[in-house]
Each structure stands twice: as structure tokens, then as C-alpha cells.
Design a protein around this ligand. Structure first.
Ligand SMILES: [Zn+2]
Length: 473
């Protein structure tokens, strides 16, 4: 059959022996072998995976095209009034993209939930919303069925990281309208682990609770894992020898930024895993224990494409572009060909863990709109973070972009570890970082060392990059 992706790769499931599948070591840290949520699907060949996707998609389109006012309007505008008009990936890829802007506008025009509803409102049982950091939050509804689908996707995340019934998972956040908290918590139950809520506590009390209850897994943003480690160090708490053996992160790209990952692993004595997802889409990806440097996409529950963000045309395997997502298990409030805004590069080769699910190499590489041009040089925030996080002397940092004489300039503010006292030691760290930024990114950055504790701290999504003047590309 015709492929969803860029070329149809028939890898076959039978290439590896049972021992090879299970014999993957997860590195020098404490850990175990490969575990799957649904081994059959996770290791099957691409052709079978695409058959599964097609079957789910056609069933979904058939229902949505009849009852969902938002998609009926969108598709009628391109001449599709009968879902039977979509029979193959070729037909499907003619359907228009969905953008976040459209969904926000639809909810603003048709408050409070918009018209992307395939079933009566009374059938929904859960409401969540996006963080709203880039505008008005988007509200999203789930049914019992789509909620279970979310938890299934999260089970892939836990199992992929080798987490199971013997684990105790500490959720170091207060439960708000952000969907990730609830799904992480409830999916812990699905895999038989013990879920420990860490809400309503100051950071130090969270650390005490985590240790007292002998938690083995920590779930939080990468920024907050480093923040907790700083607080532990200030209070002489030994995390390296604590029962925590794994950490799972989302919300920021940090856990896939090599230097940040390394710092989290060193400060917790644990293996760090990245995970991706979006409120309006679902839990889309996870890192396996083999960790070849990428995040597996849950292709049994979604259809993923990579496009050129400028032209919208599909890109071949291995080309960096914008990730476009269709979810296959959220009938009540679905998204078709949703432009995620995330920059990724996909690899369809079989992973060391045995999975054939595609991998985002290097995780989410950034946002399609977060590139800054500084004196003619294209710079992504993640590249700067990867350099700064190699210096354990840096406790926190902030990058401000200002426009001066029609040029973007970068100003870096560093908060150093209080143990770095002498002006000589301070200047040597600053020089080393400036030198690295210059040799590796060709950036000349004005750097200031600011007093300890003066930069903002973040429990959730960090905002370390401030654009204080126009000039952002
Ligand atoms: Zn893998």
C-alpha cells in the first residue's frame, strides 16, 4: 500500500532474537532492560503499522466528517463533502492543515469550546487547557474513551523508560488545568506503579516527601529537576544516593539537550528521559532505555508528517522541518494534520531497543518561530542552552535579545554557584562560556554576572529567552 511517510520501509519484526530485544543495557546508571507497552505494535514492520493507521483514520474520518462542524466546514472548503472521498494517504494529504490560530479563533467566535466537537457536549467528562504562554489558552475536552486513549499513550511513555509496578512515581507539581499532570498521574495507576502527588508543597517539602516515600521516579520539567537539585544541595540532601532511578520530563526541550540531560543525570544519579505531548493533540512521544539520541513517536496512535514550514510541502526522511500531527484516538475533539510548530528530524530505522516507531533525532529541536538572527547568524535558544549547561558553575541564566542600530544583540546574564567567590574564578567561568559561544556558534555575547537568587525560577515552563525589541524573525 501507499505509505504515510516519505518512503515505505519494510523492516520486518523478525530481525532480532528474544535475547537481543531484551538484552539492551541502559547504560552505566542503575536500570533494567527493554520493556514495551505493546511489543507487537512497537516492533512490527512499517507496512503493518501503516495498515493499522489507515484503518483507524478511515473509521475516524467517517464519523468526524458527518458530525463535526469545524472539520465539515474546513473540508467542504476544499471540496470534500463525503468522507468516502478519502481512501488513501494521497487523498488524506490533500486535506488542509489545522493551525492553533484557527482553533483559538473558533473558540473565541463560538465560546467557550468552539465547534470542533463531533459529539454532544454532555458526552465529555474532562476539561483541560493549554498554558496560554503565547496567547489565550485553548480549552480541550475529553470523553471517557479519549481519556483512556491518553492514558494508553502515557503507558507507552512509562514502559518505554522501563518503569513498572515496582516503581513509585513522584509528581512534583500542583494539579492545575494543564493536562500533562493528570495523565501522568492516572497512567501511573494503569501500569501498576504507585503514584505520589507532590502538589501544594514548597520545594524543600517536596524533596522530603519524595525521600520519605522512597520514590523511584520523578516527573517534572527539566528546569524544575535542576531547581530541586539546587535546593537539595543547599540543604545537604544527597540525591545521588536516593532511591530515584529515573526522571521523566516534558514541557521544555531540556531533557533532549545533551548538556542539560547530563546535568540532571549527574545531580540526581538517575537516568533522564524526555517525553513530548500537547494538550490539544495527545502524548505523542517517549524516550526508550537504549536512548540512541531521540524520541520515539507513538505511530500506532498518530500519523506524523514533516513539512517545510514555509511551503507546506512534505519533506523526505531525515530533513529537518515542522512536525504535523493527526491523532487517531480522540474522536470527540480531534485534530487532523495539525501544525505543531515543533522543528524535528525523523529517523525511520529500527532502534537498538527493537522498536520501529520513528524517532525524532535530538528530540524537539526547537520551535519553527524561535530562531533569532544575530548579526546575520541564525541562533536557536536550545543551542545556547546546550553550551551554558555544560558549566556546572552556572545556577541559572537568562538571555535577552535587544535591537540596537537595526541589529539584534544578545545579552547573557549568569547566576553562578555561591561557592565561586574570587573575582578571578568568576571571570574565568565567564570567559570560558563567552569563548565557547564564540567558537561553537560564532556569537559574541555581552555577559553580566548577577547576584545569586536574582533571576526568576520556574516550576513549569521556563522563560529564559526574552525578546525585548522587535527583530525576531
Ligand atoms: Zn528505542
Amino acid at each position: 500500500m501507499e505509505g504515510w511517510g516519505y518512503k515505505l520501509i519494510n523492516l520486518g519484526c523478525k530481525g532480532k532474537s528474544e535475547e537481543q530485544m531484551h538484552g539492551v543495557s541502559d547504560g552505566p546508571l542503575r536500570g533494567d532492560g527493554v520493556t514495551y507497552y505493546d511489543r507487537d505494535v512497537e516492533t512490527c514492520d512499517r507496512e503493518r503499522l501503516q495498515e493499522l493507521q489507515t484503518r483507524k483514520l478511515l473509521a475516524l474520518l467517517n464519523k468526524v466528517a458527518k458530525t463535526n462542524p469545524f472539520y465539515r466546514r474546513k473540508w467542504a472548503a476544499v471540496g470534500l463533502t463525503d468522507p468516502r472521498g478519502v481512501q488513501s494517504p494521497r487523498d488524506f494529504f490533500k486535506l488542509p492543515f489545522t493551525t492553533k490560530g484557527e482553533l483559538v479563533e473558533d473558540q473565541a467566535t463560538n465560546p467557550p469550546f468552539g465547534t470542533n466537537l463531533s459529539i454532544p457536549i454532555t458526552r465529555f467528562v474532562r476539561l483541560h487547557q493549554t498554558s496560554g504562554t503565547t496567547g489565550k489558552p485553548l480549552k480541550w475536552l475529553d470523553t471517557v474513551q479519549s481519556w483512556n486513549w491518553w492514558l494508553r499513550c502515557w503507558s507507552y511513555v512509562y514502559k518505554g523508560a522501563g518503569i513498572g509496578p515496582s516503581d513509585r512515581i513522584f509528581m512534583s507539581f500542583s494539579f492545575g488545568p494543564f493536562i500533562g499532570f493528570w495523565t501522568a498521574y492516572e497512567a501511573a495507576e494503569k501500569i501498576g506503579a504507585l503514584a505520589i502527588p507532590g502538589g501544594g508543597l514548597e520545594s524543600l517539602l517536596r524533596l522530603h516527601s519524595l525521600l520519605e516515600n522512597e520514590a523511584t521516579v520523578l516527573v517534572c520539567t527539566p528546569t524544575y529537576a535542576l531547581r530541586l537539585a539546587q535546593i537539595a544541595a543547599e540543604n545537604n540532601i544527597d540525591l545521588v544516593n536516593s532511591p530515584i532511578r529515573k526522571t521523566i520530563h516534558a514541557g521544555e526541550p531540556g531533557a533532549s539537550i545533551p548538556a542539560t540531560k547530563k546535568q540532571i543525570e549527574a545531580s540526581w544519579g538517575a537516568k533522564c528521559f524526555d517525553h513530548t505531548g500537547m494538550t490539544e493533540v495527545g502524548a505523542t512521544g517517549f524516550e526508550c532505555v537504549a536512548q540512541p539520541g531521540g524520541i520515539h513517536l507513538i505511530e500506532s496512535e498518530f500519523i506524523f508528517e514533516v513539512i517545510d514550514p514555509e511551503t507546506g510541502s512534505q519533506l523526505p526522511e531525515g530533513k529537518e522541518g515542522e512536525l504535523v500531527i493527526t491523532n487517531l484516538g480522540r474522536f470527540g475533539m480531534p485534530v487532523f494534520r495539525y501544525r505543531s510548530g515543533d522543528r524535528v528530524k525523523l529517523n525511520y530505522g529500527r532502534c537498538e531497543c527493537g522498536r520501529t516507531f520513528a524517532r525524532m533525532e535530538g528530540g524537539i529541536l526547537g520551535r519553527v518561530d524561535d530562531m533569532i538572527v544575530v548579526r546575520g547568524i541564525n541562533v536557536f535558544p536550545s543551542a545556547i542552552e546546550n553550551i551554558i549547561r555544560q558549566y556546572s558553575e552556572v545556577e541559572e541564566f537568562q538571555v535577552e535579545v535587544t535591537r540596537e542600530k537595526e541589529m539584534n544583540e544578545l545579552h547573557l546574564r549568569l547566576e553562578l554557584n555561591p561557592s565561586i567567590q574570587s573575582s578571578q574564578a568568576v571571570s574565568s567561568v565567564v570567559k570560558a562560556i563567552a569563548n565557547d559561544l564564540h567558537t561553537r556558534l560564532a556569537l559574541r555575547v555581552e555577559t553580566t554576572v548577577v547576584p545569586a537568587g536574582s533571576l526568576p525560577r520556574f516550576d513549569l515552563k521556563a522563560r529564559r529567552f526574552i525578546i525585548s525589541a522587535p527583530g525576531r524573525k
